[in-house]
Design a protein around this ligand. Sequence first.
Ligand code: ZN
Ligand code: ZN
Length: 276
Amino acid sequence: METVKTPDFFKDILEDMETEKEETLKMKCELHGEYTAIKSIFKSGRESITGCPECEKNRFQKQQEEEERLAKKEYEERHLEECRNANIRLEFYDKYFSDYEPKTEGQKKALEAVEEMQTTGKGKIILLGSNGAGKTMLGSILARNMGGKIYTMYEIATLIRQSYTPKAEKSELEIVNELATIPFLCIDEVGRIKNTEAVQDWFSYILDKRHSEGLPFMLIGNLHFKKDCKDGGCPKCFENYFDKDILSRLHEDTTIIVLKTDDKRREKNTLKYYSD
Ligand SMILES: [Zn+2]
Ligand SMILES: [Zn+2]
């Protein structure tokens, strides 16, 4: 084994660090013309000359730009992955809460509710009302920001149906358990599919389990409460979609917001009738 005496070992390194002589020289850069360089001669005999300061600056800038470009690319890739994982629609990929412009009192409350849910990571939100009030946009942003998912009732029903085909990767139980345990779940278009017993079963199972685990969820639907129903009960009444157990669960820690939109279709259909 070779042993190295410590003073000798560092001698070369130390000599290489110690400047013996320093002088200034006029140098010429092909790009930037003349500049004053500093030539250092070290004790070890090694020499070094400083380069063109402009070139040096450019090199530093380029390096910084490259680092920024990579950071941006990495951010965008992560953002894209978060959007895909959350199952949000393409139109909401670049949407944030700051893009939501509440026009009514209900919309203001809806924005407050989703922002609070994002902060606390708890609670239940039910957003009802006609289309065009930005309900899905709020649910999508929340799903992405909280590392959760947004699905329509139809999508969940389809996933479950597919679980019974030979090629299925997951069983029904695996699917519903995943939906019951992810950090946030938004179910959109509640009431848009036929409310069969099978639908009731998985819907209640998911909501009940999330409730028991204290996990946040949001329900969106073009529905209304029976008490507000013009027909005194119809397929769009909220109560049709929830069994007693779930309705009692929804009493706790829930914000319900019914949104009204200035429905443009109604404006178009304004009927004028005159008679003498
Ligand atoms: Zn230069
Ligand atoms: Zn009704």
